[in-house]
Every structure is written in structure tokens, then in C-alpha cells.
Write a protein that binds this ligand. Structure first.
Ligand SMILES: NC(=O)c1ccc[n+]([C@@H]2O[C@H](COP(=O)([O-])OP(=O)(O)OC[C@H]3O[C@@H](n4cnc5c(N)ncnc54)[C@H](OP(=O)(O)O)[C@@H]3O)[C@@H](O)[C@H]2O)c1
Length: 258
């Protein structure tokens, strides 16, 4: 299937590793011009040239802290100036810490809000005029399966992701007339550094991963490429009539019917 992503300009945030990196690689492999952003410039440049070598398509490393308003503004401006358009925005960020509700103070709530909700709102607002001008676009948010079923200790993540779900629904409603779709992708357990850091230290990693996979119908942890495949489809022309949805990539782990 030709996804018609050749020469589309795609911003992929939080892309120096994990889900973001896999998504940037998949979009680049489909011919998109990908701009990757995260904080560690050295790592980002390394990843950009790695992807470029693999796919043969241009990948631009542009450092950004997505929680910093000024950096976000100049990032979007620089991309628009260099490419003349923005077709795809993949919103992503590092995840907030896990702990019980009673352990988080105002400062931690504020940090999670800035990183995992406000940053998505800000980038979306700033790309909107460019997508309107281009006659359409795709906004895709990486959130978490915790919006579908309770995940212990994830109160910061779940609260912010629920905000993204509501926001995306309203954005889909308002942006539809501009031919811009807005969707959320909700990972279950996908093997990245973030997941590795949650493994118990006193058990060997392979055993710990097997234990975690016990309640997943497909019997294993997911691969970043498996989530990237869905994002790539949602970014494509073929997904033109899908908007306002939240789709899980979790091996069937969520038992929720709705
Ligand atoms: N993997 C899973 O199973 C899973 C499940 C549910 C939800 N999620 C969510 O999906 C998102 C991505 O997870 P992941 O597993 O890919 O994590 P990861 O492997 O830890 O990668 C996180 C990426 O985010 C970047 N980043 C962190 N803070 C940033 C900031 N302020 N500005 C710009 N970039 C930033 C990091 O680069 P720098 O540090 O250099 O900035 C890195 O590239 C997270 O929000 C996570 O909570 C993941």
C-alpha cells in the first residue's frame, strides 16, 4: 500500500529513543521529511544520521524541551521556514513519575501538566495555521493505555492523558473543516527504556518482562515498531476519515469493553 507520505513534512517529538525514535524511523522509511526533537542534542544528532542512513531520506535533528514555551515557538517557526509547510505533528514527551497520589505535591502536578498536556496543546496551536495553509494535516498524540483501564501509581500520567483525550476530541471537532485529523495512540507495555526502568531491580530483566507479560492476551511485551506502524497509518492519506479516536496498541491487555 502506498501511504503517500513521500515529501510530507513530519515533526516527531521526544524522538531520540523509544516510541518517538521508532515512529520517526517508520515515517522516514515511507519517504517523509522528518524533524526529530528532544533535549539531548548529541543523542538526537546521532539518531538523525542513523535513521537517514537506514532510509536514505532527510532527517533533521532540532533540539527542544517540549515543556519550554519559547523553545517550542522557535522550533515550529524554524521548521516552517526551512520546509515551507508542516503536514504531520506527532506529540510525545517523557512520561511523568509513577507513585501513589498522596506523594505528589503541587510542583510535581505542575511539571506533569507542562510536559504532558500543555506541551501538546501548545504545539498543536502553533502548527494549526501551517496545516490550514497546506489544506490539511495530521495531529497524533502518544498517550497511555491508562486512559482505558486503571494502572496503579499512574495518577499524574492518567490525569494528563485524560486531558489530552478530551482536548483531541474537541480539536477533531474544530479542525475537521480544515481537513486536519486528530487522534491519540495509547501504548500498553512497549519495550523501551521507560518500561525497562520500571522493572524490579532484584529479578533478572527477562524474568521480570515475562512476569509483566502474563496478563497480556498476546503473551508478550510489544515492540516500538508495532506502535509506529499504527502511527504511520494514521499519518497517511488512507486514514483521512479517522479522527477523534483513541486507539490502543497493547496486545489486548485492556479488558475494558468501551
Ligand atoms: N513504553 C511504554 O510501554 C509506554 C506505555 C504507556 C505510555 N508511554 C508513554 O509514551 C511516551 C514515550 O515513552 P517511551 O517509552 O518512548 O520513553 P523513553 O524511551 O524513555 O523515551 C523518552 C523520549 O522523550 C524525550 N524527552 C523526555 N523529556 C523531554 C522533554 N521535556 N522535551 C523533549 N523531549 C523529551 C527523551 O529524550 P531527552 O531526554 O533527550 O529529551 C526520549 O527521546 C511517554 O510519555 C510514556 O509515558 C509509554
Amino acid at each position: 500500500m502506498d501511504l503517500k507520505l513521500t515529501n510530507k513534512v513530519a515533526i516527531v517529538l521526544a524522538a531520540s529513543k523509544g516510541l518517538g525514535k521508532a515512529i520517526a524511523t517508520a515515517l522516514s522509511a515511507e519517504g517523509a521529511k522528518v524533524i526529530i526533537g528532544s533535549r539531548d542534542e548529541g543523542e538526537l544528532k546521532k539518531v538523525a544520521s542513523e535513521i537517514q542512513q537506514l532510509t536514505g531520506n532527510e532527517v533533521w535533528a532540532l533540539p527542544i524541551d517540549v515543556a519550554d514555551a519559547k523553545q517550542v515557538e522557535s522550533f515550529i517557526e524554524e521548521v516552517a521556514q526551512r520546509y515551507g509547510k508542516i503536514d504531520i505533528l506527532l506529540n510525545n514527551a517523557g512520561g511523568p513519575p509513577f507513585n501513589k497520589f498522596e506523594h505528589f505535591d503541587d510542583a510535581e502536578w505542575q511539571k506533569a501538566f507542562d510536559l504532558n498536556l500543555l506541551s501538546f496543546a501548545r504545539t498543536s496551536r502553533l502548527v494549526l495555521p501551517h496545516m490550514k495553509k497546506a489544506g490539511g494535516g495530521r495531529i497524533i498524540n502518544i498517550i497511555s493505555g491508562s486512559v482505558k483501564a486503571v494502572l496503579g501509581n499512574s495518577v499524574l500520567s492518567t490525569s494528563m492523558r485524560m486531558g489530552v483525550v478530551g482536548m483531541a476530541k474537541l480539536m477533531a471537532d474544530e479542525f475537521g473543516p480544515y481537513n486536519i485529523t486528530v487522534n491519540n495512540v495509547a501504548p500498553g507495555m512497549i519495550l523501551t527504556d521507560r518500561l525497562k526502568h520500571t522493572l524490579p531491580k532484584d529479578v533478572d530483566p527477562e524474568t521480570a518482562l515475562k512476569e509483566k507479560a502474563k496478563n497480556i492476551p498476546l503473551g508478550r511485551i510489544g515492540k516500538p515498531e508495532e506502535l509506529a506502524a499504527l502511527v504511520t497509518f494514521l499519518a497517511s492519506e488512507q486514514a483521512a476519515y479517522i479522527s477523534g479516536t483513541t486507539i490502543q496498541v497493547d496486545g489486548g491487555a485492556s479488558r475494558s469493553i468501551l
